[in-house]
Ligand binder design. Sequence first.
Ligand code: PMP
Length: 426
Amino acid sequence: TTSTPLSDLSPDQLAERLTTLRADYADLQGKGLKLDLTRGKPGSDQLDLSEGLLRLPTTHLDRSGTDVRNYGGLEGLAEMREIFADLLGVDVDRVIAGGNSSLSMMYQVVTWLLSHGGPDSPRPWSKEETVTFVCPVPGYDRHFTMLADLGIEMVTVPMHDDGPDVPSVRALVADDPSVKGMWLVPTYANPTGAVTSAEVAAELMAMPTAAPDFRILWDNAYAVHHLTEVETKSADALALASASGHPNRPVVFASTSKITFAGAGVAAMACSPENKEWFLKRLSFAAIGPDKVNQLRHVEFFGDADGVRAHMRRHRDLIAPKFAAVQDALRSRLDGLGVATWSEPVGGYFVDLNVLDGTAARVVRLAKEAGIALTPAGSAFPHGNDPDDRNIRLAPTFPSLADVEAAMAGVAVCVELAAVEKLSAT
Ligand code: PMP
């Protein structure tokens, strides 16, 4: 590999490089790969860590003697709520344990804000001319597609290493009452891996907003998903919000989807007492109770929050090598070329790759034609629109280590090839 920035190459050198890369790419295509780095799914070895769940629970009675097989218990089992409270660093009274999907709980919160408004809303959000959300980018595609489907407008702000750009957020929310909410993945953000600092969190919770019912949907999906021994604590959104007089602003979400079974875990929500009463009231018209059998199964499996933390270290042992392989592949081909930067996450499920402006869609297409499926370019932006066409989200957990190595070596070729094509054309 060369470490000369590609932009310093002469036209002849670029032409030579292009010839070499086309040969590399032809070799890559010749391998007949069929690899997939698209979605943040646990590998089957990770799912195997929780196989014991399939033989639980051993009883149908919870701690209080309630028969979990029957209806009821809308806020979830106390012992399940205690585990989430400990993991999220919040008071157990604030927690609701639900079904298998935190995304569904987020959807319920947003749709019920639209249909009914929150406890502090002047009227249902759907009665407003427009409803707008602040969206840190790059972000989680399903957050954005949910809002797009519900007709909610999105405005973007940059996501930094310590959280969203506070001055941009402040400017958007200060005077416009139609700006009703904001997404945030505070710990090991999807896809950048950023951890929102306590300082940034405090500012977001305290900032003045024109809307009296402004919500920060604090999606802490990766709160305990550390990739190193440093087990970073999330900022305490609920306490910061209460302290600054906006107790209803944050709604915290989490789940065991990437702890036990992605399709059969337990989701949770934590919020102010007023928000909780509001949510449980709406929920009472939609459900008679959650799957308490699954909650009890999880409680027996883990015992307590430390059981979850120990379990997460076993996940780490399985996936940290895959994240290391991504770094190795990118570094060994692209270091010093000046055509790509990427995150080095210490937690979560993704690596965020920024390629030469204007080449992300080309990279994804080149990869596809070599049998490597990547998330569509732009998917980490509202409406799939990355204005710089440079962002690609890599998800290395699902394929085997050998497949991650093969796929990433291929991706690196595609990144360099697309860059050299672009530089040669200009
Ligand atoms: N939030 C984020 C940030 C995610 O990355 C994911 C999974 N990809 C989810 C939520 C989905 O969570 P759940 O399985 O609990 O619905």
